[in-house]
Write a protein that binds this ligand. Structure first.
Ligand code: NAI
Length: 290
């Protein structure tokens, strides 16, 4: 679908339209008059570490990402539905000398997602890194898929990420630095039988994330998708041995991935030195989709 602007409805060739009306200036900007200038003047204690939010940090890939970012010197805000679920990650990070805090939030509650991001920026005077990792599956063939199964997955895996990214870019702009990573999936790039809802949400993340990169690139904010293949977590544990054995035939490295291998990719993409890496969907799948 073409960009939603007046020029796009013209019959002129795109080349001429973009020269006449540069996208990004005439169409999307100017940004709203900056309330962030007003908040910057307030007395907010600014932590000297980069502050990172990681959703779904109670287990699996999210836990590995949280532990890795803490090891790399970030202050990590651990997010999942319950504080109890996050206790093990919290303990492990602190035992290793890292810095973190627990902020429970149900991503089904989008007002709570907004409040979470606002609250982190307010408490620490900054927000540098947002890793939207939490995700759910409600797998079934399209023929049998209910409206509820579709809505539930889109709500958690796509809409909540729109809300958190929209909330995060204001404090990131204030800090003139931002790293957004949305965890996608190879299902969102190739499709996957039984996952119409999940694949649609993960594919939606790609276009959404690339758009953030284009709108925010000049502000020091990068946005990328990391798309894992089969990774050993609770999400794939339920698949059963037959499915996993079949999958291995299509994975050149002949094994499933480890959560730490996704965390390593996230660590690089969110590092200070990765400022030229943006608007990408980076596949980490042992070569499965090559
Ligand atoms: P998991 O099921 O082991 O963990 C999911 C995490 O998200 C948990 O911490 C859970 O508490 C949290 N979560 C779920 N719903 C939530 C909600 N409503 N509010 C707050 N937190 C919620 O998943 P896994 O395997 O670690 O996957 C992490 C991400 O990686 C997901 O986005 C998933 O789609 C993606 N992914 C995983 C693959 C795999 O093979 N494990 C493959 C491709 C993508």
């Amino acid at each position: 679908m073409p960009p939603l602007n007046a020029a796009a409805t013209s019959s002129q060739p795109f080349e001429r339209i973009t020269r006449a009306r540069p996208v990004g200036r005439a169409c999307f900007f100017p940004l709203p008059s900056p309330p962030y200038a007003a908040t910057a003047a307030r007395e907010v204690p600014v932590i000297d570490k980069r502050v990172a939010i990681v959703t779904g940090a109670s287990r699996g890939i999210g836990r590995a990402i949280a532990e890795r970012l803490a090891k790399d010197g970030r202050h990590v805000v651990l997010v999942a539905r319950s504080a109890e679920g996050l206790a093990a990650t919290d303990t492990a990070i602190k035992a290793a000398g890292g810095s973190c805090e627990v902020r429970p939030c149900d991503l089904n509650d989008h007002a709570a997602v907004q409040a979470l991001v606002d609250g982190v920026a307010e408490t620490h005077g900054r927000l540098d890194i947002l890793v939207n990792n939490a995700g759910i599956t409600r797998d079934t063939l399209l023929l049998r898929m209910t409206d509820e199964q579709w809505d539930e997955v889109i709500h958690v895996n796509l809409r909540s990420i729109f809300v958190s990214c929209r909330a995060a870019i204001r404090p990131m702009m204030r800090g003139k630095f931002g790293r957004i990573v949305n965890i996608g999936s190879v299902s969102g790039l190739s499709g996957n039988a039984g996952q119409a809802n999940y694949a649609a949400a993960k594919a939606g993340l790609v276009g959404f994330t690339k758009t953030i990169a284009k709108e925010m690139g000049a502000k020091g904010i990068t946005a990328n998708v990391i798309a894992p293949g089969f990774i050993e977590t609770d999400m794939t544990e339920i698949l059963g041995e037959a499915v996993k054995t079949a999958a291995l035939q299509n994975i050149p490295v002949r094994r499933l991935g480890k959560p730490e291998e996704i965390a390593a990719a996230v660590a690089y993409v969110t590092s200070d030195e990765a400022g030229f890496l943006t608007a990408q969907a980076i596949v980490v799948d042992g070569g499965m989709t090559s």
